[in-house]
Design a protein. Structure first.
Length: 428
């Protein structure tokens, strides 16, 4: 117990030292990695490099990104960060691969040990049974002397002890093998997640490069053409409501619970997404400076519809697609697997009979709720209908609300206003 206690004290001390060194490294980027050796030095240098790139990226994003050169610089830094992350993830995958191989070898060894111990156990049990069946009285009756009987009895006792030892060893090896198998399964899950992350990072790397080339193609390296792109974004923003600018947003959001909610014909929440989700709420849409939590209702609505149709997509990934390059409202004409836009996209195209037909077939429809006073609007996804009203997945206010609730909430945000529903977007 004393040894264990000392070990725990030492481990705790090392943990404190490690945390202190890590804190210092974060607080002071001048930590000298040359004082370290081996893997510790490599890890220190890698962390320093990452910290430097992160800081540069943060510095760039904190500045007003209203010039072509600043956007190109941002893309270059994002590229560098993606490369660092890819390298780090690949190293983690390699380490997990090695650990998985070690565990598989350990399991095979344990299985061999178990089989060998089982054979010993079978032999011991058979021998023990034979001697035990003969019995001490029989040994005396067949004219063996008493010393032989004592030896025989001693052998039975020793065999019994040996049996217990072998059973205990088998149990120990079995438990270790089960632990190794559980760890192996966990490591396999970890490596699959790392491989998914590696794929995402690689895709991000390719996207950043396409983004840069697209920007250069559209602007031909000219600042004025870049400013024209920004003007296009600002024009699109007028169609959407900037939730962060509303002084009464908290009050309006809190009032959602006061509205009645549908109880029947509810849509699954497995494909519901919120534009405010911390995973992508602060993510920029395309290459603009507009954030998902502010202007991301259209992007989120598209992501919901595509996820409902089986696509592996979420608003964060959708916001980064090249279709939203300098666009806030860009309706994809097609999407895999086999998803296609089947409606027009202009305002004024709405037909409620068509919407009724679509939702009756289990096909969600994106609609636009526009303010009639003060401008701006909001996209929601109609998922069904009951005897009272249409039911929607609202990317800002929540899942399975009445359309009337979303309309009322949008009307109350900012300047109190009436609303209209004047656009429908349908995918098959």
């Amino acid at each position: 117990m004393k040894i264990k206690k000392n070990i725990l004290i030492i481990l705790f001390f090392l943990f404190i030292v490690h945390c202190s060194l890590f804190t210092v490294a974060l607080a002071d980027d001048t930590v000298d990695c040359d004082t370290l050796t081996g893997d510790a030095k490599d890890e220190c240098e890698n962390l320093e490099k990452k910290a430097k790139v992160y800081q540069e990226l943060i510095d760039i994003k904190n500045k007003q990104q209203d010039t072509l050169s600043s956007q190109l610089q941002t893309i270059d830094k994002e590229q560098e960060m993606n490369r660092l992350q890819i390298s780090s993830t690949q190293k983690q995958i390699n380490d997990l691969d090695k650990r998985i191989n070690d565990l598989e070898k350990s399991i095979l060894t344990k299985e061999d040990d178990l089989n060998a111990q089982k054979k010993i156990l079978v032999g011991l049990m058979q021998s023990y049974y034979e001697y035990d069946q003969q019995g001490l009285l029989d040994l005396v009756l067949i004219d063996k002397d008493f010393s032989d009987t004592v030896v025989q009895a001693d052998y039975l006792d020793q065999s019994s002890v040996k049996l217990s030892e072998v059973v205990s060893t088998i149990e120990k090896d079995r438990n270790e093998m089960l632990d190794n198998r559980n760890e192996l399964n966990q490591k396999r899950e970890d490596i699959n997640k790392k491989k998914e992350d590696l794929t995402d990072r690689t895709n991000d790397l390719a996207y950043n490069e396409n983004q840069k080339q697209s920007l250069l193609t559209k602007t031909q390296g000219e600042e004025q053409k870049y400013q024209d792109l920004l003007a296009h974004v600002e024009a699109q923003k007028k169609e959407l409501f900037n939730f962060s600018e509303a002084s009464n947003l908290g009050e309006v959001s809190a009032s959602v619970s006061s509205y009645s909610k549908p109880k029947d014909n509810l849509a699954s929440t497995s494909w519901y997404f919120s534009q405010r989700d911390s995973r992508w709420g602060n993510k920029r849409i395309g290459n603009s400076s507009s954030l998902m939590k502010d202007y991301g209702c259209a992007v989120t609505s598209v992501a919901m519809v595509f996820r409902e149709k089986g696509a592996s997509i979420d608003p964060g990934k959708m916001a980064g697609q090249k279709i939203f390059y300098y666009d806030l409202i860009k309706w994809p004409a097609t999407w895999s697997p086999g998803i296609a836009l089947t409606s027009s996209i202009g305002h004024g195209n709405i037909k409620w009979s068509t919407i009724d037909s679509e939702i009756k077939s289990g096909n969600p429809v994106i609609v636009y709720i526009g303010k009639t006073n003060g401008g701006g609007g909001h996209y929601v996804v109609i998922t069904g209908k009951d005897s009272k009203d249409y039911i929607v997945h609202d990317p800002y206010f929540g899942a399975n609300l009445y359309l009337g609730t979303s309309k009322s909430l949008v009307g109350k945000i900012g300047r109190d206003s009436g609303v209209r529903v004047d656009q429908m977007i349908i995918y098959h």
